[in-house]
Design a protein around this ligand. Structure first.
Ligand SMILES: Nc1ncnc2c1ncn2[C@@H]1O[C@H](COP(=O)(O)OP(=O)(O)OP(=O)(O)O)[C@@H](O)[C@H]1O
Ligand SMILES: [Mg+2]
Length: 424
């Protein structure tokens, strides 16, 4: 998670808080240099269980007028997570640790061990540099968004210095873990499951981009795609989300924040953020899904550290593509479908934003790829082996690329905050 408030400094004066009912402003948006604040939105505290609007499913998505979230007490979440016990840690990012918790479905008090509704609780690390602003952005964006491919934010806690978020629990964790971790819990994803995940995530992004108030997500990466038990993909982490450009403007101008390897080149170079900057990030994830390789990996041989640079020539030629495909697929994919997916990836990672497809077009193309099926038609693909794929050990609790820098050496340090000038 992370947050950015345009070119100016965060406007903390717009935030007021009380122990139980904070009032917050919507995240500000700076449109090509002019800063404008969004309208203020109040939280409404739901009285017993979760409000009906949060429980309702909107198949085509919906933006609620105000965040409608449950306010948890710190004690409730502490109890739900067994006192934030290390053995219920699900993962850790730049914001802090994420814990599994159990709450009683009806009263939303804590449930007995192993029973009740399972939730994921993200707890701000006191040393985290991503903090209040990001937390606020998450609540204001995700708290109002409802779509089958966006993770559901159930509620939050803000007591003294404690900032926590409670989400629906996503049984299979992040796509990043499935692509890059090894072990019994992470069996290789089949071609059809990869496509299902790509389509779900694409639909989530398409919803954000086409909603009445365009939302630019800004942090699309494999660790932010979470999977339920059926491998339905849901996008999480709206700490960096921004409203899209207003009127005839093509982009918003912001401080450059994001994650190395996924951020679009025009954004890194100029701070100009387009809706199509998200499409670039999507293309990088698609490439990771095709290749089973991380966007950035200094452990690969020189010349291959940056996946996009290394893969571009392989994506554009059908006969070279097999060298790039993930060996964990064991050739079990249709070469026609893989080539179409590769062509789509190339378009998404085009240098110029205007040459990238819209997310709606991405969804249509992925549906066509899905219709091709999952059987390898040409036997050639079976024997194909990629070059020099390395397997690397992973820290048991963290899941970041070895290239993702730690922030001043604190916290999980998942994300490059301000990409250094050297990259510009
Ligand atoms: N709702 C959830 N259900 C199940 N697991 C989750 C949930 N949210 C997060 N996780 C797990 O916790 C891990 C850490 O998530 P988190 O969003 O804090 O960090 P990250 O995505 O790795 O990095 P960043 O801080 O850049 O977002 C995820 O990779 C995932 O494994
Ligand atoms: Mg995340």
């Amino acid at each position: 998670m992370g947050n950015c408030w345009g070119t100016g400094t965060p406007d903390k004066t717009s935030i007021s808080r009380s122990a139980t009912r904070p009032s917050m402003s919507s995240p500000g948006t700076s449109t090509t240099g002019t800063t404008s604040k969004g309208s203020s939105s109040q939280f409404s505290r739901s009285s017993g269980g979760f409000s009906s609007s949060m429980e309702e499913v909107f198949p085509d998505g919906k933006i609620l007028p105000t965040p409608n979230l449950r306010i948890f007490s710190f004690t409730e979440l502490k109890t739900a997570t067994r006192n934030f016990r290390p053995d219920v840690v699900l993962g850790e990012g730049g914001f802090g640790k994420v814990y599994k918790g159990w709450i009683d479905e009806k009263t939303h008090g804590h449930a007995k061990s192993g029973s009740g509704k399972v939730i994921a609780v993200k707890k701000l690390n006191s040393e985290s540099l991503q903090g209040l602003e990001e937390w606020q952005s998450e609540v204001n964006f995700l708290g109002r968004l409802s779509h089958p491919n966006l993770v559901k934010l159930l509620g939050y806690c803000w007591e003294d210095k404690e900032l926590l978020l409670a989400y629906e629990f996503m049984t299979r964790g992040s796509l990043e873990n499935h692509l890059f971790r090894r072990g019994a819990a992470y069996q290789p994803l089949s071609w059809s499951i990869r496509l299902k995940i790509a389509l779900g995530a694409a639909r989530g992004l398409a919803f954000l981009h086409t909603s009445e108030k365009q939302v630019i997500y800004r942090d699309f990466k494999a660790s932010n795609i979470l999977l339920d038990s059926d491998y339905n993909a849901k996008i999480s982490d709206f700490g960096l989300a921004k409203n899209g450009p207003l009127g005839s403007e093509s982009h918003v101008t912001t401080r450059v924040m994001g994650t190395y390897g996924y951020a679009a080149p025009e954004y890194v170079a100029t701070g100009h953020l387009y809706v199509k900057s998200d499409v670039y990030g999507f293309g990088v994830v698609l490439l990771e899904m095709l290749s089973g390789q991380r966007a950035l990996d200094p452990n690969r041989p020189s010349g291959q550290h940056n996946l996009v640079e290394w893969a571009k020539p392989l994506l554009s030629e059908r006969r070279k593509l097999a060298r790039l495909m993930d060996p964990r697929l064991e050739g079990q994919y249709p070469s026609k479908g893989a080539f179409r997916a590769a062509q789509l990836t190339l378009k998404c990672i085009a240098s110029e934003p205007k040459n990238r497809p819209s997310m709606k077009e991405v969804v249509v193309t992925l549906e066509q790829v899905q219709a091709i099926g999952d059987k390898p038609i040409e036997s050639k693909t079976k024997s194909a082996r990629p070059i020099n794929h390395q397997q690397r050990p992973h820290h048991p609790m963290t899941n970041r690329s070895p290239f993702q820098p730690k922030l001043n050496g604190v916290g999980g340090g998942a994300r490059a905050q301000q990409l250094p000038p050297g990259l510009r």
